[in-house]
Design a protein around this ligand. Structure first.
Ligand SMILES: [Zn+2]
Ligand SMILES: [Zn+2]
Length: 452
């Protein structure tokens, strides 16, 4: 019902002889109207009142942003996810409602529905097997994408059919998380993501990306500049924090303040509250060595406009992590306006910049950009250093996606590809077929596929 041959509003409707469930129910935050922003819930086959369960793979809004809508229109059943997903999605859904009110573009549900959906959420640990409907048994497994992210394994009709939905996943160990799970008891069919499924989507390793990050920050601080890193509040921010803390602690980077602005602080607190969902190294470091990098003194929370003003006006070099990640609003734009005309400073992009965003324009090398200056639009000159570092993504790149299917055990008979631009999804599907002789399909939104 959404998220096929596109990225955003992920929503799958799965029907078995005795049950009806939804896997993810997201929004497209870059959508221009209701038709492009929300999943297609108005199909005749779908009726809210005979839905047995909702399964949510991870907290990002393109997978959870429309869950409260289901409760607003009378769904009373459970939503299944991990505990960190429940906590993070509450934070992101509330923020989404706040932002849409501020922008005078209210969502078709409200904060009461968010509360209702939280009350109806049933949290499952990885590996915990649960009957969710008369003929479906659900197990969640680590997906390595963000904290609490899961792949959903559905054991249907006494094991007649086993279905896996990957959600978003990272098939590589990161600072924060273990790589996604590749072994399942059985799989007949699978739906997998393809965000970086195009053959050209090969990104550098984490190690190379980290070195590049540190080198860029090092030279900026040495010339007395400020570094701005626009980030998503959940995932990339924490990954970058761990790297910075380590290099500052080892004296490789100057001991400068690292400012966190936006919801990063709250999202980080949720990571700290669930160390059992973090990578083995990080968990050991927190539990046994007693060193939690997230509570290090190098990190300073920015809470008010005066503090922001002080940071901008001070001559002291520093690093600033701020939302939004694509400079589509939020305080990252505020910082950018104030530091972009000075060549001492640097902006580092560590995440995807969508077409049309301010981030993308700067990345492309625009020399001037129009931005709001106290109610009037003026042209700002872009004199600061602009750097893009790939390799910090929470998604598998093309090589990791192919490697994932190679390592999958057992192999499914059929793979459906989702969560990618049309040509990337098609490219990945045909490569999987050619390399592994597994039947593949790249459905469109509203297309029905018989699995057995
Ligand atoms: Zn995601
Ligand atoms: Zn996604």
């Amino acid at each position: 019902m959404g998220g096929f041959r596109e990225v955003g509003r992920s929503c799958l409707f799965l029907q078995t002889p005795n049950s009806k469930v939804i896997l993810d129910c997201g929004v497209n935050v870059a959508g221009v109207d209701d038709k492009t922003s929300y999943p297609y819930l108005n199909v005749p086959e779908f009726n809210l009142h005979d839905l047995d369960a909702v399964i949510v793979t991870h907290a990002h809004l393109d997978h959870t942003g429309f869950v409260p809508y289901l409760y607003h229109y009378g769904y009373e059943g459970p939503t299944y996810c991990t505990t960190p997903t429940r906590d993070l999605m509450t934070l992101l859904q509330q923020d989404h409602i706040d932002i849409s009110h501020r922008e005078d573009n209210p969502l078709p549900f409200n904060i009461k529905d968010v509360k209702e959906s939280i009350n109806k959420t049933i949290c499952l640990d990885y590996g915990e097997v649960t009957d969710i409907s008369p003929d479906i048994r659900l197990t969640l497994h680590n997906a390595g994408h963000i904290v609490g992210s899961a792949m959903a394994h559905l054991h249907i009709g006494d094991g007649k059919h086993n279905f896996v939905y990957t959600g978003d996943f990272k098939n590589e160990k990161s600072r924060l998380l273990e790589p996604s799970v590749t072994r399942f008891p059985r799989i007949e069919s699978m739906v997998m993501e393809s965000t970086y499924g195009g053959h050209e989507d090969v990104t550098p390793t984490r190690n190379t990306a980290e070195k590049e990050l540190i080198k860029t920050i090092y030279s900026t601080l040495n010339r007395g500049g400020k570094v701005l890193i626009p980030v998503f509040a959940v995932g990339r921010a924490q990954e970058i924090m761990i790297v910075l803390e380590e290099y500052i602690n080892h004296g490789i980077l100057k001991d400068v303040p690292v400012y966190l602005d936006g919801m990063i602080w709250e999202a980080t607190a949720i990571h700290t509250a669930h160390p059992e969902y973090l990578s083995n190294d990080l968990r050991d470091q927190i539990f046994h060595v007693g060193k939690n990098p997230f509570i290090s003194e190098v990190f300073k929370k920015v809470t008010n406009p005066e503090q922001r003003r002080d940071i901008i006006e001070s001559d002291e070099p520093c690093v600033i992590l701020s939302t939004s990640g694509m400079l589509t609003g939020g305080n990252s734009v505020e910082y950018f306006k104030n530091i972009c005309e000075d060549e001492k400073n640097t902006i580092i992009f560590v995440g995807y910049q969508s077409e049309g965003s301010l981030g993308r324009r700067i990345q492309k090398g625009w020399e001037e950009v129009p931005m709001d200056d106290d109610g009037v639009t003026r042209l700002y000159h872009i004199n600061l250093e602009v750097t893009t570092i790939d390799g910090f993504s929470g998604h598998s790149d093309r090589k990791q996606l192919m490697e994932y299917v190679r390592r999958l055990s057992p192999k499914p008979d059929k793979i459906l590809v989702c969560h990618g631009d049309a040509y990337k999804a098609l490219d990945l599907a045909s490569s999987i077929y050619r390399s592994y002789k597994i039947e593949t399909k790249t459905p469109m939104n509203l297309e029905t596929t018989r699995l057995q």
